[in-house]
Design a protein. Structure first.
Length: 256
């Protein structure tokens, strides 16, 4: 009986063993019992030695299975993760080639470009597939992948730096003078730090009949912050359900 057949029959997982004594280990007793079970049924079952070899992953190839040994096919995992077309995968008959520092090297056939990459001991990576002819770059894949990852991280970092955080301040039409002044000072601090400020005025019950009070309250709030000359109204006051919202930001100074 072959090793794969033994594994399927036992439905087991490999366990550590010894090269000098394959039956030694956690599954040695199971191997002997399984062999006895086959003989009891009158079937030509495997020997304990064969069963233990099956637990260890087979006699050839070790943990990796097959002829490949521990590692197996080293390029298998990388090819699945790689998101670019390179070397023999390029199917264009003619390509425009650029060097590692993106210097132009001219238009040439695919075979000439592959030979140039082989001579320089680098990869030929397709970077602009939609161009006519497609543009390929002579560079090692590891370096190309590093540059791409670094560029993506820098772009995300720049996006986070340029993103303006919005701070929300909630009020009611009946907010007293002291609480109102606290909100004004808080909004002034946020705007000075470069944040947007979202004013939210919440209406309840019959307060919905007095929306004009909310608009007057927002207009007074802008004036207390210095007026339109100091703050910019990015979103004018508007109703959203039972809430009235307005977004304010710092006024950008235009230099002549």
């Amino acid at each position: 009986m072959s090793t794969p057949a033994i594994c399927r029959a036992l439905r087991c997982t490999p366990a550590p063993g010894s090269a000098s004594n394959p039956t030694k280990g956690y599954f040695s007793k199971n191997a002997i019992n399984s062999s006895r079970l086959y003989r009891r049924r009158g079937q030509p079952g495997p020997t304990p030695l064969q069963i233990s070899a099956a637990f260890r992953g087979g006699s050839r190839g070790g943990r990796g299975g097959g002829r490949g040994g521990r590692g197996g096919n080293r390029n298998f995992g990388r090819d699945k993760k790689r998101d670019c077309i390179m070397n023999e995968e390029i199917d264009a008959s003619e390509v425009r080639v650029i060097g590692e520092d993106k210097e132009p090297l001219g238009i040439m056939s695919r075979s000439e470009a592959l030979q140039m990459a082989e001579n320089q001991e680098v990869d030929l990576i397709l970077v602009v597939p939609g161009a006519t002819p497609p543009v390929c770059r002579l560079i090692e894949y590891s370096k190309f992948n590093y540059e791409k990852t670094k560029a993506e991280k820098d772009a995300k970092k720049k996006q986070r730096e340029n993103a303006i955080e919005t701070k929300e301040l909630k009020m009611r039409p009946g907010t007293d003078v002291h609480d109102y002044q606290v909100k004004v000072r808080a909004a002034q601090k946020f705007i000075d730090k470069g944040f947007r400020v979202k004013l939210t005025l919440q209406f309840r019950g019959r307060e919905m009949e007095f929306k004009e009070i909310g608009r007057e309250m927002f207009d007074r709030f802008v004036e207390d912050l210095g007026g339109p000359g100091e703050v910019s109204i990015e979103q004018a006051a508007k109703m959203q359900g039972r809430q009235m919202n307005m977004i304010l930001a710092k006024k950008e100074v235009v230099q002549a």
